[in-house]
Design a protein around this ligand. Structure first.
Ligand SMILES: [Zn+2]
Length: 438
């Protein structure tokens, strides 16, 4: 059967002018809702001396104050249990997700019935753009316990795919499902896709031949947007990898790769994108790196106005070859993971890009950041493939030079380990060790 090209052609192919007019219209209503119904936004807007009526065109969003994770957490504690950023009564809320974050205090993300339905429609749209069709068997291998990614499976089901609600289960059981039910699509993190593929091989299963997976959706780490990382997972699985980007404070997935796999289309009918220099908070040019700042346009349970995500991205409004007009983001990494060496911003994903392009290495790595003589330095540990006959000195020089070329700053040291010496990640990989405050 031949299926249509877009999930929602009208919305996904609006001209830039039409899209921005729609965004401005939604946002003027949304700011009013936030100001009238949420104690937090009333206070924050009043303090900033700005009113919803000051918003006349999209650029006016810059008059409004930022929010961030810390504010979200504080305001949640002020008024248990959903906090005073919410704009509806609790009786209208039908779903709440919780994200643990680094401090251990979970932040909650509430949805009204309509928010939840629209959220699932966006998930269906992203799945469709990534090639999912009703003929697919889809295994949802994300955590269901309070995690906003759990219910994304409903988006796949509403699309018509046959859905297997696996959840976060041990690798052996997941491999059993992949073998017995022969699903064609799966969603996991890039680290886990790699780990699972390697685990399968150790059990004598060749993921590319013995399993039916044709598409892997990945999210939660930068790897899915690093060409060499994606290529390595694709070769292991004989499947295509589609990167998704999600943030629980807003939605589950907010953006996803299409068949062109050249950036992640963000659902701009629901979310306004700003990309700002994290220091000056001024907008960066199209295609330049900056912090992703998101504003909800329709999520009524808890509007998020100018939420600083802490994610560093590039963003382009250039049309995509797939025909979709919504802008595309590429995720570089977390602002928290960035470190500065000799004035250069270094992201672990830049190091990963280099490591994954050197064929004599396994692709595993670990970065340690430390201080020496009051100066920030970093060390990179990599693994040499057992099958590689390259001279170790030559390989070390190659790694050093490639990193210098890509990043502009040499690591203080590169350590060559044997294959398998670095710890293998199951879900999110811990590849950055920061010793600077010790
Ligand atoms: Zn596209």
């Amino acid at each position: 059967m031949r299926y249509r090209q877009f999930w929602n052609k009208e919305i996904e192919t609006l001209s830039r002018e039409e899209l921005e007019a729609y965004q401005a219209d939604q946002l003027s209503q949304h700011l009013l809702l936030a100001y009238d119904q949420s104690a937090y936004y009333k206070e924050a807007f009043d303090q900033a001396g700005v009113k919803p009526s000051d918003f006349k065109e999209l650029a006016d969003i810059r008059k409004f104050p930022f929010t961030n994770k810390q504010i979200e957490r504080e305001r949640q504690n002020l008024k248990p249990f959903l906090g005073d950023m919410t704009a509806v009564e609790e009786e209208e809320v039908v779903f709440v997700s919780a994200s643990s974050g680094s401090t251990g205090v979970p932040t909650l993300s509430p949805f009204t019935r309509q928010d939840f339905e629209e959220f699932q429609d966006v998930q269906s749209r992203l799945f469709w753009a990534a090639g999912m069709r009703p003929t697919d068997r889809y295994v949802h291998a994300l955590n269901f316990t309070l995690f906003v990614g759990g219910p994304d499976v409903i988006g796949a089901q509403n699309l018509g795919a046959l859905c297997l609600w696996a959840g976060a289960i041990p690798s052996d059981r997941l491999l059993f499902i992949l073998k017995e039910f022969q699903p064609t699509m799966i969603w996991t993190t890039p680290s886990y896709a790699w780990y699972l593929g390697e685990t399968a091989r150790k059990q004598g299963i060749d993921p590319a031949k013995d399993l039916a997976i044709k598409r892997i959706i990945v999210a939660g780490e930068a790897g899915g947007s690093i060409d060499a990382t994606r290529a390595a997972i694709e070769e292991l699985w004989g499947a295509k990898v589609y990167d998704f980007y999600g943030i629980s404070d807003i939605f589950g997935a907010c953006a996803g790769a299409c068949e062109a796999r050249s950036g992640l289309h963000i659902a701009e009918d629901h979310i306004l994108v700003e990309v700002l220099n994290p220091e000056t908070l001024e907008p960066v040019a199209d295609g330049e790196r900056g912090e992703l700042v998101l504003t909800t346009l329709r999520k009524t349970a808890r509007p998020m106005i100018r939420f600083r995500t802490g994610d560093i991205v590039t963003y382009t409004k250039e049309p995509c070859t797939c025909g979709r007009t919504h802008g595309r983001v590429n995720i570089t990494g977390r602002l928290d993971d960035m470190f500065i060496v000799s004035g250069v911003n270094v992201f672990p994903s830049d190091v990963e890009f280099v490591i994954r392009n050197i064929p004599e290495l396994t692709g595993e790595y670990r970065i340690t950041v430390f201080t020496e003589n009051f100066t920030t330095k970093y060390k990179v540990e990599v693994e040499k493939l057992d099958t590689s006959a390259i001279d170790e000195e030559a390989l070390l020089a190659k790694v050093q030079d490639s990193i210098k070329t890509r990043l502009g700053v040499r690591p203080k040291e590169v350590v060559l380990l044997k294959e398998g010496e670095l710890p293998r990640a199951t879900h999110k990989a811990k590849r950055l060790i920061d010793l600077r405050n010790n």
